[in-house]
Design a protein around this ligand. Structure first.
Ligand SMILES: Nc1ncnc2c1ncn2[C@@H]1O[C@H](COP(=O)(O)OP(=O)(O)OP(=O)(O)O)[C@@H](O)[C@H]1O
Ligand SMILES: [Mg+2]
Length: 234
């Protein structure tokens, strides 16, 4: 395997018409992307260009596509469902655009969730507490999502994505709807994870996030191009 954590070759993605006789939504015809180990890539692009769709494919959550998608050298098409789940569980942290927290569970239990679907990790509780501490939420471990602010919920979602200490983090607008200071806390956290060697691909509309990244791409008309207005500083 080469040093790439993400490799896309000729990715094609379209959605079927929502109603009979409607048009397909064509997102990508031949998308290529390589992300090397330890890169922090920001992906910008207007609403509806397919950023979330791309992230779902990279995270193994959507298998309806053509082309080659390799994560850590493994072609996702070659994996059966249990193998794909295992890869997702151990190697990929995923922060959804909508946080996907379960309202009946506490913050700590939400962070613990991936381990319920895993191998029954013995130190799961300690790891979940550590992940909550990482995002500065130790004091809210027993709170339910309905009792948390938007920024706190987003941080719980990030803690959940980090609990397995995955080498790759995929995050979909993790600072969307947050005030500037809370958003900055998440940007700082991502920079720290980047320094610690994690590979990050973050969909964002936030210029501060893009400035923190080592590379900025813009998704437009089915193509990924370098951002002409911004060069990563990290
Ligand atoms: N399951 C689906 N079936 C049909 N069309 C879909 C489906 N999911 C998304 N789309 C369409 O695909 C396009 C891309 O959606 P996507 O959510 O990937 O965009 P996005 O770039 O993440 O947008 P935003 O910035 O608003 O989050 C949109 O036109 C959307 O309506
Ligand atoms: Mg989106």
């Amino acid at each position: 395997m080469n040093g790439n954590v993400i490799e896309l070759r000729g990715l094609q993605k379209s959605y079927p018409p929502r109603e009979p006789g409607g048009a397909r939504t064509e997102l990508f015809r031949a998308l290529d992307l390589e992300v090397g180990r330890g890169e922090f890539v920001a992906v910008e692009g207007q609403s509806g260009t397919g950023k979330s769709s791309l992230l779902h494919i990279l995270g193994g959550l959507d298998r309806e596509y053509a082309g080659e998608v390799k994560i850590l050298g493994r072609d996702l098409r070659g994996l059966d469902d249990p193998e794909l789940s295992a890869l997702r569980h151990a190697q990929i942290g995923f922060v959804f655009q909508s946080f996907n927290l379960l309202s009946s569970l506490s913050a700590l239990e939400n962070v613990l969730l991936p381990d319920f679907f895993g191998d029954g990790v013995p130190d799961a509780h300690a790891r979940a507490s550590e992940a909550l501490a990482t995002v500065g939420l130790s004091d809210k471990a027993s709170a339910r999502p309905t009792a948390l602010s938007g920024g706190e919920r987003q941080r719980v979602a990030i803690a959940r994505a980090l609990v397995a200490k995955p080498p790759l983090l995929l995050a979909d607008e993790p600072t969307g709807n947050l005030d500037a200071r809370t958003g900055q806390g998440i940007i700082d956290l991502f920079q720290r994870l980047h320094r610690e060697g994690m590979t990050l691909l973050v969909v964002t509309h936030e210029k501060r996030m893009s400035r923190a990244a080592s590379r900025v791409l813009v998704l437009e008309r089915g193509e990924l191009a370098a951002d002409p207005t911004l060069e990563g500083s990290a």
